[in-house]
Design a protein around this ligand. Sequence first.
Ligand code: ADP
Length: 443
Amino acid sequence: MFAARGRSLRLRMALWSTMTLAVLFAIYAACVFVFLRESLLVEFDHELRDHLMFEAQMLERTETGIRIGGAARESETREGLPLWVRVRNLDGVLLDARPRTGPPAGVRWASGRYAVGDRTVVVEVAKSEDPMRRRLWQLFVVMGTLSPLALTGAGVAGFVLAGRALAPVARMAARAQVITAERLHERLPIENPADELGQLATVFNDTLARLERSFETLRRFTADASHELRTPLTAMRSVGEVALHEARDASTYREVIGSMLEEGNRLTRLVDCLLVLTRGDGGDVPLRRESVSLAELVRDVAGQFGVLAEEKQQILAVEADGPVEVWADPLVLRRAVINLIDNAINYTPNGGHVFVRAFENQLQSVLEVVDTGPGIPEAHRERIFDRFYRIDGARSRNRGGLGLGLSIARWAAEANGGQVDLFHSSESGSTFRIVLANPGRVC
Ligand code: ADP
């Protein structure tokens, strides 16, 4: 299929170049023809004028009138061709003619008035245009014979050259055909990175590299998600199987059902988080951005977490410089704030502090969540925003962590045109920061 297209493109390129050449050649030939004809005519007329002057000088007076001089001389041109000479009076009456017979068709005339003694006569000379026509015809024949040959040669050369120019396309197509989802590491050959095909191949290779990365992320995400989904399902099944193995009392069954519900809740949370992230990836979450008071939003979320902080005897404090307006979707932004405060409370030991601060400067609004937890070791700081990444998997899982909180926070901040990062971390605590544009700065 591609080969056929390649050939037809090649043929089309050759045909187009030949046609363009044919048109240019026709214009060139027409110009040469017209120019040569004009200059031959000028030369011809010039010669006729010379003959006219000569014949006028040769006029002789007779008793009866005026006659063409040179006795029995037959006038002729330099090339030895016949020259027709006529003398008329001013009334147009023919006084003399040589030769007596009139010229055939296809001669060109020149005339002028001349004084012979006291009389004024009109002298006319004519000579055949045949030699000039013959030269033009020869030119026409030469061009007419050579141009089809030249155009055929140009067409063949165009076809061959187009084939050579398109050869890398065929090689690229052959390589592209073996690139499948499993072989995304393959790349197109780049013969000359500077030419158009090289640039096309470079762009295509960049796209392949991005696709490869996306596929890899997707593959890892699917594998991690399956693993995360399997863990609670396995726990539920084994708890159920053990309970059914022999008769138990009511309190044991209640405990088993409670444990299964806990796993069920975990599954529900996990599926909710996965849905949020996949919808976010696909851009399916419609954002309703408006002017939101970050201070109010943070106080509201902190209010929700008050009980949790109290249970851990932690101090949860909020401080804000005024309303701190941001241009964001309040529901989506809320997810980011919830996840940061939830983590801070979760990972900070009992009796610790969680301090949430909202402030703004001329350019941006900032939300800081500061805790007195264990901090995040240097080696993990780069990866904590990755999906399902946990520093201490088992401990985090026991605390109910899904490894998706920071990924969701990042998506939520970025969807609102902001960003979230780990601003500071040490053994005495961490500071996460959300930075958003002020409403006035949003274009
Ligand atoms: P999880 O659901 O496990 O909390 P997250 O994506 O929210 O997943 O966080 C990823 C990892 O980053 C967590 O497993 C935890 O080890 C670490 N982490 C996140 N926030 C904090 C924090 N405030 N203090 C210490 N470690 C944290």
